[in-house]
Design a protein around this ligand. Structure first.
Ligand SMILES: O=C(O)C1=C[C@@H](OP(=O)(O)O)[C@@H](O)[C@H](O)C1
Ligand SMILES: C=C(OP(=O)(O)O)C(=O)O
Length: 430
């Protein structure tokens, strides 16, 4: 009987590959929201097609928006009057659970929103409170979490609101993205420990401005003016966070990986990989062909505050476990509210392979030790699969549980990984 687990392949030689990557989850799901609320039909070029983005498309369709996948791979979005009754499944997608409810509040009629069991545990309370303060009616039976029903009347008055967004930047982004369609727009003020993921907030502001919306920002305050969202063509950048494990493979194996179409300027947090991987010993160059990372044979540990780029943590932690010196990754307490408690999951699974990882209240301390093969559990977290793949390059016998969960943002992952290891650029394979 074949194993239900994915055997992470060992790299028997330095990798030497060019790996084109699918579109950014964060940009695709923002573009879908902005297109759904726009003044006319729009298009997404090279959108990511994964569980998280298909759930967003389905959620928008459920409340009346036309979303059509063209044979070219482009998505056409036709805004229409938003209406319930409808049922929305957010899966485990933070972007859907935080970006969709403010849109549902603009619909006429009830919209029931629920997701995977773990989605019910992810921070939602500040969003529910904010929507109520902005004039929406929400029935959450006092849970301050999923599931809940948004009972929209077809309009949201909007105005000023204060929330604690220290649990997730998406709580702010979700309110801002729908706010041009609120009567008075919105002023969101944050009070509490620092909001994580600054690049993702910059992405929200930038995409709103590209769509012609007036946005002002200050220290922990964001103002969105009411007005039309321009219909347009959104060209989605490759997902730079999903580049982490491929670029990391160059570092671990002393090889070379190029990710084409790496943007010159971007708000994606994955762009920070350039500096982070260089600190860990890689040579990094950025040119017309894309971003190239070369391993030098040395993998150094990393001391870094990852507060702004938390979603890079699982792969960086795997790299740190293979490094020659200790690492300390901090500023990431909010990862305990991600797909799983990522700090606990990474410590448990790395230690399960013989590692020496200590959880900090807001991070991880990783002391390299020789690792052995074994089962690596993934907790429905796509980035745990990616982390395990990196470990498997250097550690024979890493068996990855539920590899399919990687489809949350990268359904073709194992083929891309095999292609990279076969030294054949995926684009050239038959
Ligand atoms: O807005 C976005 O697209 C995201 C924001 C971040 O969320 P948190 O601020 O909750 O970490 C990030 O981790 C997530 O993967 C995507
Ligand atoms: C935290 C992540 O996802 P989500 O959008 O579900 O928050 C992630 O992709 O690392």
């Amino acid at each position: 009987m074949s194993s239900p687990h994915w055997s992470a392949p060992v790299a028997d030689a330095p990798v030497d590959a060019t790996v084109p990557l699918p579109g950014s989850k964060s940009m695709t799901n923002r573009a879908l929201i902005l297109a759904a609320l726009a003044a006319g039909p729009g298009t997404l070029v090279r959108p990511l097609r994964s569980r998280d983005t298909l759930l967003m498309a389905a959620a928008l369709r459920a409340i009346g928006v036309g979303v059509v996948e063209e044979p070219s791979g482009e998505w056409r979005v036709m805004p229409r009057d938003l209406a319930g009754p409808a049922q929305v499944d957010v899966g485990l997608a933070g972007t859907v659970m935080r970006f969709l409810p403010p849109v549902a509040a603009l619909a006429a009629g009830p919209v029931d929103i629920d997701g995977d069991p773990r989605a019910r545990e992810r921070p939602m309370g500040p969003m529910i409170g904010a929507l109520r303060a902005l004039g929406a009616e929400i029935d959450d039976a006092g849970r301050e979490a999923l599931p809940f029903t948004v009972r929209g009347s077809g309009a949201v008055p909007g105005g000023a609101v204060t929330i604690d967004a220290s649990g997730s930047s998406q709580l702010v982004s979700g309110l801002l993205l729908a706010a041009p369609r609120f009567g008075k727009g919105v002023e969101v003020r944050h009070e509490g420990p620092p909001v994580p993921s600054a690049p993702h907030l910059a992405m929200t502001v930038e995409m709103l401005r590209i769509a012609g919306v007036a946005v002002e920002t200050g220290e922990d305050v964001w103002r969105v003016a009411p007005g039309a969202i321009q219909a347009r063509e959104w060209v989605i950048e490759p997902d730079l966070s999903n580049a982490a494990q491929f670029l990391g493979a160059a570092l671990v194996t002393g090889g070379r990986v190029t990710v084409p179409d790496w943007p010159r300027d971007t708000t994606q947090p994955g762009d920070a990989l350039r500096g982070l991987l260089a600190e860990m010993g890689a040579e990094v160059s950025h040119g017309p062909g894309g971003l190239t990372v070369r391993g030098t044979g040395t993998v150094r540990g990393l001391e870094a505050d990852l507060h702004e780029v938390g979603e890079l943590t699982p792969v960086l932690a795997a790299l740190a476990a293979l490094a020659s010196t200790p690492s300390r990754l901090t500023g990431i307490a909010h990862l305990r509210g991600h797909e799983t408690d990522r700090l606990a999951a990474l410590a448990t699974e790395l230690n399960g392979l013989g590692g020496d990882v200590r959880e900090l209240p807001d991070g991880l301390e990783i002391r390299p030790r020789p690792l052995r093969g074994g089962l690596f559990r993934t907790y429905d977290d796509h980035r745990m699969v990616m982390a395990a793949a990196v470990l498997g390059l250097a550690v024979p016998g890493v068996e990855v549980e539920n590899v399919a969960t990687v489809g949350k943002t990268l359904p073709g992952f194992t083929d891309l990984w095999d292609g990279m290891l076969a030294k054949v650029p995926p684009a050239e394979r038959g």
